[in-house]
Design a protein around this ligand. Structure first.
Ligand code: NAD
Ligand code: UFG
Length: 330
């Protein structure tokens, strides 16, 4: 299969490219490099021994996207390209709606035009909003507290409506929980620009001494130790989930949670990181971060049943691999 990976030099996209190339797929990356570096293509080639084609193209620009689709017989698209910083989306809602909605529409339009049968979309557990855990794909979605989450819910709707008018298409809406960790080579991983918003990259930067201490947002949640609970998933498990979706999904629209089904608190994650990597993480409890939910974890039975996919790596491997990447290339 020849797979077009938008956002393929980004964090999750780069790991998925590795997984695709290692499993016999050919890969074209389309990325405008707004949040990643061209060098990632070399790293992917170093890991896999195969070089993906790379186009520095903005997915919202129809003419440039058309040139890529018209030049290659694409069998499937994985659409990672998007802006993802929740806080920034509150500051710049229009930039988020424009980039995330338009890129999805332009890529989808070209899939229809060129008869590309498979489309895999990066959605997020954020679409569940304030629901009861564990989150199940059949739940009614609750309103989100930020424009980023809204773009994901809107893209899911656009994709579902389009697929229902194009019965030859297979669409997977993959709702990621909290992707962390890195490829075990330490060559690719998560490299946020500026001060990280997310827990794991913040922890690795504290461990390296780049930041003085971690602020733990809230210790009065109704959780076993009072800190927020999330379903962290190793990015390579997530990458494997994309391959499973591409290979196994039938026609029509299919929604899958990609998580481990297990919740971990902030304090548990810190303790595991310290034990596995033999480093100290100084931290301080501060107020809750606005917009955070107490708990978020997945019911993962549908992906196991229908895709034969299940996450294999635990929190210790996530902490070990995230730290290795930070030390080598962070
Ligand atoms: P990332 O920022 O590392 O990767 C996204 C990539 O898309 C970047 O390389 C960026 O340069 C590119 N991009 C953005 N807008 C583009 C455009 N208009 N045209 C072309 N390229 C563009 O983010 P990530 O963590 O790898 O996330 C990938 C996808 O998964 C995103 O859609 C994100 O919303 C979604 N997601 C991420 C998480 C997470 O915690 N990382 C959780 C749930 C969902
Ligand atoms: N946290 C801290 N200190 C920090 C950063 C985070 O205590 O410096 C806590 C948060 O309060 C939360 C947990 O660590 O309890 C995880 O926070 P992240 O920011 O790493 O992740 P979120 O669960 O808030 O959000 C992430 C992505 C979203 C995505 C969502 C899906 O950032 O894009 O997972 O569940 F939508």
């Amino acid at each position: 299969m020849l797979i077009l990976v938008t956002g393929g030099t980004g964090y999750i996209g780069s790991h998925t490219c590795v997984e695709l190339l290692n499993n016999g797929c050919d890969v074209i990356i389309l990325d405008n490099l707004v949040n990643s570096e061209r060098e990632v293509v070399d790293r992917i080639a170093k890991i896999t021994g195969k070089r993906p084609l790379f186009y520095q193209v903005d997915a919202t620009e129809a003419a440039a996207v058309d040139a890529v689709f018209s030049a290659h017989p694409i069998d499937g698209v994985i659409h990672f390209a998007g802006l993802k910083a929740v806080g920034e989306s509150v500051e710049k809602p229009l930039a988020y709606y424009k980039n995330n909605l338009l890129s999805t529409m332009v890529i989808l339009e070209h899939c229809v035009k060129y008869g590309v049968p498979r489309f895999v979309f990066s959605s997020s557990a954020t679409v569940y909003g304030e629901n009861e855990v564990p989150f199940v794909e059949t739940m009614e979605l609750k309103p989100r507290s930020n424009p980023y989450g809204e773009t994901k819910a809107m893209c899911e709707k656009i994709l579902s409506d389009t697929a229902s008018r194009n019965p030859e298409m297979s669409v997977a809406l993959l709702r990621y929980f909290n992707p962390v960790g890195a490829h075990e080579s330490g060559l690719i991983g998560e490299k946020p620009r500026g001060v990280p918003n997310n827990l794991m990259p913040y922890v690795t930067q504290v461990a390296k001494g780049l930041l003085p201490e971690l602020r733990v947002f809230g210790s009065d949640y109704p959780t076993p130790d009072g800190t927020g609970v999330r379903d962290y998933i190793h990015v390579m498990d997530l990458a494997e989930g994309h391959l499973a979706a591409l290979e196994k999904m039938g026609r029509g629209v299919h929604i899958y949670n990609l998580g481990t089904g297990r919740g971990t608190s902030v304090l548990e994650l810190i303790t595991t990181f310290e034990q596995v990597n033999k480093v100290k993480i100084p931290y301080r409890i501060v107020d809750r971060r606005p917009g955070d939910v107490a708990e978020c974890w997945a019911d993962v039975s549908k992906a196991r049943r229908e895709l034969g996919w299940t996450a294999k790596r635990g929190i210790a491997e996530m902490c070990r691999d995230a730290w290795r990447f930070e030390q080598l290339h962070g």
